[in-house]
Design a protein around this ligand. Structure first.
Ligand SMILES: *Cc1c(COP(=O)(O)O)cnc(C)c1O
Length: 399
């Protein structure tokens, strides 16, 4: 055995945390880190939120798992709440984002199939996309580094440059079933599709009988200051995958669809053992209790605005470190001039956690419950890291 017992698939930071409190993570020796990584947009309500802890422990005393052979009242309730608050009529629960996407892809293909167009199975996606690590979702994401060495790429995904709607339109053919897109690319570097582009995608789908699938695994559940990012554009999808924030740290995902889009998903055609189990549903319902509280999403928008303004001034102050601040709500990115991994490491040196992303960006995904004081503290730590990087860079420049 070389190294640890684990697959060497992750480049882990040499850090282990013992507990979390709100926006903070604490090591065994008591060192505190301000957490703007949020388990990669998962800890939507921070760590150890009392309402979530209570919901999970209460459910754990009663019943953990029964499978989908039986009624699960918590699942019915969470499904109804997601239907009441979105475009959707139907929900399928999963354990992860990738599984939610798998369900979304299958739903779209089945829709065309039961409508007498089984040849329509191809899905158009966008460069820089990330939809998960299963065989179908790496094909959908189209990133060569995730596809290499895993055999033939799953058939049926066609990719165009990010935001190139003309290319997307040209690609639509007799075999096209759907268009799949993240309203805000997360892994791709916090790249936002502006509302007019979202509207154009909706129009293209309507014109050509395609389904519009949104991947809101990262942008959903209040991350952008609305319950879902699509609300900013005034359009509605036919199918949507969610995960990350809905579980607040417990593995939960879901595929949402209109009645029409889900018409092919009849008894027996799809399934899951763990998806929607009572523990997961207790936590999902508890997350919605908080996020749907009057004023909660407005407070996310207010804090986000202050955060973005403060970050913009740090970017101005350190032009050798940062190029721009981008993103919306509490899904923000700092595009770096030096390697984003170096910037991320420097931030960790200030006991501040962020997440590198594509396009040389460092992502900031604080809990939606972050306080204004913690945002000020976070920006101060970013400034300190940038100061050190900028001093070191200055000395390093032979002139
Ligand atoms: C994280 C993510 C996924 C994959 O979710 P997993 O739970 O890791 O399978 C899919 N799409 C987007 C946009 C994501 O951010």
């Amino acid at each position: 055995m070389s190294g640890s017992a684990l697959y060497e698939t992750f480049a882990r930071a040499p850090l282990a945390f013992d507990r979390g409190e709100g926006s903070w993570l604490v090591t065994e020796s008591g060192e505190r880190y301000l957490d703007f990584a949020g388990g990669i947009a998962v800890n939507s309500l921070g760590h150890s939120h009392p309402h979530l802890v209570a919901a999970l422990t209460e459910q754990a005393q009663k019943l953990w798992h029964v499978s989908n052979l039986y009624e699960i009242p918590g699942q019915r309730r969470l499904g109804e709440r997601l239907v009441d608050t979105t475009f959707a009529d139907k929900v399928f629960f999963t354990n992860s984002g990738a599984e939610a996407l798998e369900c979304a892809i299958k739903t779209a293909r089945r829709y065309q199939y039961v409508n007498g167009a089984p040849e329509r199975y191809r899905i158009i996606t966008f460069e820089g996309a990330f939809h998960g690590r299963t065989l179908a979702t790496i094909a959908a994401g189209g990133q060569p580094k995730y596809l290499e060495g895993f055999g033939p790429k799953v058939e049926g995904f066609d990719q165009v440059a990010f935001g190139d709607l003309e290319a997307a339109e040209k690609l639509i053919g007799p075999e096209t079933a759907a268009i799949l897109v993240e309203p805000v690319q997360g892994e791709g570097g916090i790249r936002l599709l502006p509302a007019p582009m979202m509207q154009k995608l909706r129009a293209l789908c309507d014109e050509h009988g395609l389904l519009l699938i949104l991947d809101e695994v990262q942008s959903g559940i209040g991350r952008t200051g609305k319950l879902f990012a699509y609300e900013w554009s005034g359009i509605e999808p036919d199918i949507m995958a969610i995960a990350k924030g809905i579980g607040g740290g417990f593995p939960v995902g879901a595929c949402l669809a209109t009645d029409k889009a889900a018409m092919g998903m009849t008894p027996g055609v799809h399934g899951t053992t763990f998806g929607g189990n009572p523990l997961a549903m207790a936590v999902g319902n508890a997350v919605l209790d908080v996020v749907l509280e009057q004023g909660f999403l407005q407070s996310v928008q207010d804090k986000a605005l202050a955060a973005k303004q403060a970050l913009a001034s740090v970017v101005d102050e350190f032009p050798t470190v940062f190029e721009e601040v981008r993103g919306t709500g509490l899904m923000l990115g700092l595009k770096c001039r030096m390697a984003n991994t170096a910037v991320n490491a420097a931030l960790r040196g200030e006991h501040f956690l962020a997440v590198p992303a594509g396009d040389n960006v460092v992502r900031l995904l604080p809990p939606l419950t972050v306080t204004s004081e913690e945002i000020r503290e976070g920006v101060e730590r970013i400034r300190n890291a940038a100061q050190k990087l900028s001093d070191a860079g200055g000395k390093g420049n032979a002139s």
